[in-house]
Ligand binder design. Structure first.
Ligand code: ATP
Length: 137
């Protein structure tokens, strides 16, 4: 009995399939979900959302949201989810460098510093997801 996974954003259904296992970036740490998992409702942090299906692994970058596990149904509701194949790693590298330079230069307002840290975190998540894609190929 597989897990039925849906990843939904306000714009679209990013992912829907029957899968063997999910590894989700819970806000308190990564959570592995197998079929017959106990019911669970959790917030997600920004991180790598991994899906295993028939020996193949796929990854998505997710940036917060919620995950509801009930029976063998897993529903992820998030503002932003990007499948690995949609991520431009060059763009993420550039975003990482911009954020690192802004932070290193210092003299940022508290709001700008927070923005730079958030941008850096998004870039690192995207890079991790695209690096995982290469690693697994
Ligand atoms: P950048 O500084 O490169 O714009 P960002 O983190 O500021 O990155 P977001 O505000 O999170 O970008 O996203 C804006 C839009 O651009 C979203 O639709 C997001 O999916 C897309 N996006 C951002 N970075 C990438 C990337 N590296 N590859 C593909 N799409 C991306």
């Amino acid at each position: 009995m597989p897990l039925h996974l849906e990843v939904i954003t306000p714009e679209r259904r990013v992912y829907e399939d029957d899968v063997d296992m999910v590894i989700a970036p819970g806000s308190e740490g990564y959570l592995g979900i197998l079929p017959h998992h106990a019911p669970l409702f959790t917030t997600l942090g920004p991180g790598e959302f991994r899906v295993k299906k028939g020996g193949v692994e796929e990854a998505l970058a997710v940036f917060g949201g919620f995950m509801d596990v009930r029976g063998n149904r897993v529903v992820v509701l998030t503002d932003a989810a990007e499948p690995a194949e949609e991520i431009d790693s060059r763009r993420a590298q550039e975003a990482r460098e911009r954020a690192q330079q802004a932070l290193a230069a210092g003299a940022l307002s508290a709001a700008d510093e927070q923005r730079a840290r958030a941008a850096l975190q998004r870039a690192l998540v995207r890079l991790r997801v695209t690096e995982g894609r290469r690693r697994r190929r």
